[in-house]
Design a protein around this ligand. Structure first.
Ligand code: ANZ
Ligand code: ZN
Length: 842
């Protein structure tokens, strides 16, 4: 048996695959298609263990799918724009492009060293003008469709990244990239109107049956649909009479309208200062300042102390004419609902805290029937109790009290009272049903160099003018002095242009697009990577899309996965494709942590680089280790011993297949009937474990699939040990050797192909062969018939596995005569294996 030399074997097999262009997806094959995709990496250095795991999962899936008869598309590329490249370039005194292309080359060579079955001819690098040109093209199409807007609004500005962030990029109140607390600024920025798709994005989540529930829930929460009403309140004049000035609130609880005792405005509410009476302006300004200095997340937090200031004015409650003092309050957000809120302290905890702090009344209007107040307030239509003895608000369902004609109705979210009050308001023209989404439009402009330029021109005469399609791409200038802080806005060579409409001097837009725009459609470009007319042809998108299996990290649960769903729907509405959802099945792989369960990171110094495994053991061991240590979706702790164990198993497979090969002969095929005991056992194990392994592959449970192969290898060795070489069945040896190689090939493709070629003498790669088939009949254990006696008389016969132990034989016998034994006491059971069971009963 030759030595197992991983480095030599892997180099050889990789060369053969490349020579034969084995992994090129065919756009024309009549096999059914399967699109297997791993989230493409940022080229911020060499690949790390998380990548190795992600891609090993995808590769096992893609290879097995090919053996299952699919035409497989399995591409790779790079999400190459973004701030890390810019920062690294400054640090290393080079240009982002230089740094990025170098890293991409390094990463590709590691991918090749890992033996991944990528169709490299389809590689997408988002910083290639050939790619980003089509991002600009799609941006212009969206502009034409009214889905792009430039507007002035409060935005999150990251002071350390020096750019604005999308709402999705502020996680737990911090910049997703650097962790700084963003500042609120009013800026004119570019938006994609993802909110136009809020409802569809929410509704279609139900179609995503192949997605993890938790990701779907995160998207639902992010979109955040609230149903309720918009209600108009009139500003009161000095005598308390309604004026023509109306302000609208959004509420999810119109049923609590009789319980409103104050009215709140966001500190950023337009015209707030003008509305405020002079003597109150200092106090209101203070609230404005506090709000400006506080993150949105903190302002929205229920635990935080609330700050408010009376503005000296009152609103009229439309339902009962009550005058509500108006406050500016920091917990009211300007970009949610209408920025105005009716304060109902008995029903809303934040309002409750606010009322207690500022001494405002808290009359109960919805109470539970078991509340001690209920008997007293039940049927009470007028306001008799202005302050509840509660120490918190009551948000549950209950019955309306002190609520005029609505008293006695059921109240709560979407309740009878909600409908009744909305109807009443609608009739009077004072309000209507309303739906509100938490989702905001996607802020896509960035004040950074290393991104896709927004293809727009500002002309003094013509306003904002799109760059004509035939002038795309707007390319980045190559040599900004980033270290000196130079930006596109300071680079005349970039921004000086002429207006496409009037031809006079004009200024290019100098913002670039959020890199998430680039990653929102790369999977479409893979379908048609060299198209020079379009971002992708409809025909090829229809051939390959949707992605059947998408594999990546949970960190993109909202960001990338939501944006891509949006982008797909927009492309559909532009007539560029005709499906609704881009990713059919989603697998979020767990994290690779260090041996102590800590996340691997450069700063902690606990990173285990893939090279540390590939070097001593080879790529197949690396691949097997990341698949074997845990199921794909679970986190795992790095385990040196498990890695060494995988390597030992690989070598055992190597020896076992070689050993089998010495007795193997494909011949005319196997005659199962001619096998003796050891041979029969091996054949049965082959079918039993083959079925198990196949099912585990199909479920993506590679760890247990590998365990089944370990068992099968043991069974093969048991046979080799039990049967002398000259008495082994040649066809059985061939079959077992073949099936082990075939089934291990998606995990350890180099090992399998080398054994196939050298030990079994077949041409080519297991990638091209069909997945083996197994027979449940042959997987069944041999059975013997047992007579079941009661007091010596035969009452039944059962079949039990040939080698079954006494306990399981007795259990099978008991079941067979359960009816006859009912109500009797078994004094004794005599078990004679292979023949009978006799129950002695009373
Ligand atoms: C009166 C009321 C009574 C409310 C009650 C709740 C309970 P969700 O479910 O998150 O959509 N609200 C509306 N706009 C707001 C803003 N810009 N900033 C802060 N709060 C705002 O929450 C909707 C509820 O949040 C609305 O319903 C409103 O308070 C408040 F017993 O109106 B509610
Ligand atoms: Zn012009």
């Amino acid at each position: 048996i030759p030595a197992y030399d991983a480095q030599a074997i892997e180099a050889k097999q990789q060369r053969l695959w490349e020579e034969r262009d084995l992994f090129a997806a065919s756009d024309e094959s009549d096999r059914p298609k399967k699109y297997v995709l791993e989230m493409f990496p940022y080229p911020s250095g060499d690949l790390h263990m998380g990548h190795a795991r992600n891609y090993s999962i995808g590769d096992a899936m893609a290879r097995q799918a090919h053996m299952r008869g699919f035409d497989v598309l399995h591409p790779i590329g790079f999400d190459a724009f973004g701030l890390p490249a810019e920062n690294a370039a400054i640090k290393h005194n080079t240009q982002p492009a230089t740094w990025t292309y170098k890293n991409m080359d390094q990463a590709v060579s590691t991918m090749k060293r890992m033996g991944f079955s990528y169709d490299y001819d389809r590689m997408v690098r988002t910083c290639d003008p050939d790619y980003y040109r089509w991002g600009q093209w799609q941006f212009l199409k969206m502009w034409e469709k009214g889905l792009v807007e430039r507007r002035d609004s409060p935005v999150n500005w990251c002071p350390s990244c020096n750019t604005v962030l999308a709402n999705e990029q502020v996680t737990e109140g911090r910049c997703w990239r650097c962790g700084s607390v963003p500042e609120r600024k009013n800026l004119t920025q570019w938006y994609l109107k993802i909110t136009d798709y809020a409802e569809e994005l929410l509704d279609d989540i139900d179609q995503l049956t192949g997605w993890p529930e938790r990701v779907k829930q995160m998207q639902r929460n992010w979109i955040g649909k609230s149903e309720g009403a918009e209600i108009d309140f009139a500003l009161a004049d000095e005598d308390g009479n309604p004026t023509d000035t109306v302000m609208t609130v959004f509420t999810t609880r119109p049923d609590t309208l009789f319980g409103a005792t104050f009215f709140l405005l966001a500190p950023e509410y337009p015209g707030l200062m003008e509305l405020t009476t002079p003597e109150n302006r200092d106090a209101v300004q203070e609230v404005i300042d506090i709000a400006a200095a506080t993150s949105t997340a903190d302002r929205a937090s229920s635990d935080r102390e609330k700050h408010g200031a009376f503005i000296g004015r009152y609103m009229v409650n439309p339902v009962n004419g009550r005058l509500l003092p108006v406050y500016a309050a920091d917990y009211v957000l300007t970009d949610y609902g209408t920025g105005a809120v009716m304060g109902v302290p008995s029903g809303d905890q934040r309002d409750f805290d606010f009322a207690r702090k500022y001494g405002l009344p808290i009359p109960p209007v919805v109470i539970e029937e078991d509340d001690p107040l209920f008997p007293e307030l039940k049927d009470q239509t007028e306001l008799v109790m202005t302050d509840v003895p509660w120490d918190q608000a009551m948000a549950a369902e209950g019955v309306l009290v002190q609520s005029g004609p609505f008293t006695g109705m059921k109240g709560g979210h979407n309740s009878e009272a909600v409908d009744a009050i909305i109807d009443w308001l609608a009739e009077k023209g004072l309000g209507h049903k309303a739906v509100n989404y938490r989702l905001r439009d996607w802020l896509i402009s960035r004040q950074r160099y290393w991104g896709n330029p927004i293809p727009m021109v500002h002309c003094e005469h013509c306003g904002i003018v799109p760059v004509p399609y035939d002038q795309l791409p707007v390319t980045l200038p190559p040599d900004l002095d980033l270290a000196a802080g130079e930006t596109l806005a300071e680079c005349p060579a970039f921004y000086e242009t002429t207006c496409p409409v009037c031809g006079r001097p004009a200024r290019r837009e100098t913002d670039t697009m959020d890199t998430f725009t680039c990653s929102s459609w790369y999977y479409l470009r893979y379908c048609d990577p060299h198209d020079e007319e379009l971002p992708f042809s409809r025909e090829l998108a229809d051939r390959w899309m949707p992605v059947d299996n998408y594999i990546g990290g949970i960190e993109h649960a909202i960001l990338h996965l939501l944006y891509s769903r949006f982008w797909t729907k927009v492309m559909r509405d532009l007539g560029l494709l005709d499906f609704d959802e881009p990713f059919t099945n989603l697998l979020c792989q767990g994290m690779v942590k260090d041996a102590n369960g800590e996340t691997m990171s450069k700063s902690k110094g606990n990173v285990v680089p893939p090279s540390s495994v590939i070097g001593p053991y080879g790529a197949d061991t690396m691949r097997m280790a990341v698949l074997f240590i845990a199921p794909p979706e679970k986190d795992f702790n790095w385990d040196e011993e498990a890695v060494a164990g995988c390597n030992r198993f690989i070598k055992r497979v190597w020896r076992t297949v070689w050993e089998l090969s010495f007795s193997a002969d494909k011949g005319p095929g196997l005659d199962a009937g001619s096998l003796d005991g050891a041979g029969k056992t091996l054949l049965r194990e082959l079918h039993r474990l083959g079925i198990k392994c196949t099912q585990d592959y199909d479920r993506g449970q590679y760890n247990t699939a590998i365990s089944a192969l370990m068992e099968l290898t043991n069974a093969a060795n048991a046979y080799l040990n039990a049967v002398p070489q000259d008495r082994r069945d040649p066809a059985l040896c061939w079959l077992v050797a073949w099936d082990i190689c075939a089934m291990i090939s998606p995990v350890c493709p180099h090992l399998a192909d080398e054994l196939g070629q050298d030990a079994l003498g077949v041409d080519g790669s297991f990638y091209e062969v069909s997945w083996p088939e197994f027979d449940p009949e042959l997987a069944k254990a041999d059975e013997v018939e047992i007579a079941v006696q009661i007091k010596g008389k035969v009452r039944a016969r059962v079949n039990v596995p040939a080698g079954a132990d006494k306990d399981s034989i007795e259990a099978a016998a008991r079941e067979a005569v359960a009816d006859q034994l009912a109500g009797k006491e078994v004094l004794k059971a005599v078990v004679v294996p292979g023949r009978l069971v006799n129950f002695v009963v009373r």
